[in-house]
Design a protein around this ligand. Structure first.
Ligand code: NAI
Ligand code: MG
Length: 358
């Protein structure tokens, strides 16, 4: 019997509770099949927390997360809270939880499932074998630098500043090397070192840290070139690490290799093994409560949690294999179905994937 892992479950709003319920089926199934043991604790977060507790991120929710080994998050938000003041908006809770939990990197895998190759706008032969992960620095760079307006002789001027220190770069670079070690052992560090001083420092740190990971093959790629190569040879990438703004753009580009937002998982990591795992999509109020949501993004987020926080490689592989098997057999939720009349529901998809875990 494995030791008991504590998972904070925050379902949130809209389709959040629907997709999280399917992910919990997967947890249960892996307990049975692999002898794992999870203790889940549910907590209020987002719009529902605003309605019930008067704040998107209640103290007790934060406490549940802080004492857990990992967090499983659905999605938050909806039109009924859009016009609230900032402190009473669901997204304020999202920013708050990332900050409070010290989550400085965001990981987005882009995996192309063979049978869904036609869901992408790229040619199937280009996508063949694509399985990469973008690691984006989340708490530094130009988004957090000093910003202001001033008068100039040519009229009003706006200034954004980009700053990175060695500590900020080193922690995410080490994390990325460690992730690469658990995968195909290839790391692409993306910067603009031919122009930017922050990028020069970034590259120096990467080269220094690389000495500790001789088994990982490192390449430096300029960001503009990376944007091209992602479309030209996506399958050649394994782990891509980059700063905040480059990562924002490249992770959206990489996500679209795979076709549907209902398939995309993510992890946010800090120091150590703790992590927050969630689908990339939002609360999809347009389809909430109708059994139409694709639970695969959340289910694949569980696989990420197993791999990155718990080191349960075999169980993670089994989840990913189960998803591929169910898709190969032709089962589709509406978002990925060619013939919508044949689509199955959220719970049917969850049941099929759970049953396919062996
Ligand atoms: P969204 O991702 O919720 O939906 C975009 C489109 O994709 C919709 O047509 C939706 O039906 C579809 N979709 C999303 N997830 C799906 C799934 N699992 N299966 C099938 N179809 C799916 O983005 P949108 O509409 O811009 O935002 C809706 C709400 O979600 C807003 O309140 C927004 O602030 C919030 N949001 C929350 C996020 C989070 O909790 N991390 C991230 C993004 C948006
Ligand atoms: Mg973005």
């Amino acid at each position: 019997m494995a030791d008991v892992k504590k998972i904070a479950v925050i379902a949130g709003d809209g389709i959040g509770p629907e997709v999280v319920a399917e992910a919990e089926k997967i947890l249960k199934r892996t307990e049975e099949v692999f002898g794992l043991s999870f203790e889940t604790e549910h907590a209020l977060f987002g719009g529902i927390a605003i309605d019930k507790k008067g704040t998107p991120l209640p103290e007790e929710t934060l406490a549940v997360c802080q004492t857990a080994d990992a967090v499983l998050l659905g999605a938050v938000g909806g039109p009924q809270w859009d016009n609230n003041p900032k402190e009473l908006r669901p997204e304020t809770g999202l920013l708050g939880i990332r900050k409070e939990l010290g989550l400085f990197s965001n990981l987005r895998p882009a995996v192309v499932f063979d049978c869904l190759k036609d869901a992408s706008t790229l040619k199937p032969e280009v996508l063949e074998g694509t399985d990469l992960i973008v690691v984006r620095e989340l708490t530094g760079g130009i988004y957090f630098g000093e910003k202001f307006r001033r008068e100039s002789p040519q009229g009003e001027e706006a200034v954004d500043t980009c700053a990175y220190n060695v500590t900020e770069v080193e922690r995410i670079v080490r994390q990325s090397f460690e992730i690469a070690q658990k995968r195909r052992k290839k790391l692409a560090s993306v910067d603009k070192a031919n122009v930017l001083e922050t990028s020069r420092l970034w590259r120096e740190v990467v080269n220094r840290v690389a000495v500790d990971y001789p088994d990982v093959e490192l390449e430096h790629v300029l960001v503009d070139n990376c944007a091209m190569q992602l479309l030209r040879r996506p399958s050649s990438f394994d782990v891509i690490v980059t700063e905040n703004m480059f990562g924002d753009i490249l992770s959206d580009e990489a996500a679209m290799l795979t076709g549907s937002i209902g398939m995309l998982s993510s992890a946010s990591l800090g120091q150590g093994s703790f992590g927050l795992y969630e689908p990339v999509h939002g609360s999809a109020p347009d389809i909430a409560g109708q059994g139409l949501a694709n639970p695969i993004a959340t289910i694949l987020s569980v696989a990420l949690m197993f791999r990155l926080t718990f080191g349960y490689e075999k169980a993670a592989d089994a989840i990913e294999k189960a998803v591929a098997e169910v898709l190969d057999a032709g089962h589709r939720t509406a978002d990925i179905a060619v013939d919508k009349s044949q689509a199955i529901s959220t719970t049917q998809m969850g049941d099929l994937i759970a049953a396919a875990i062996r």
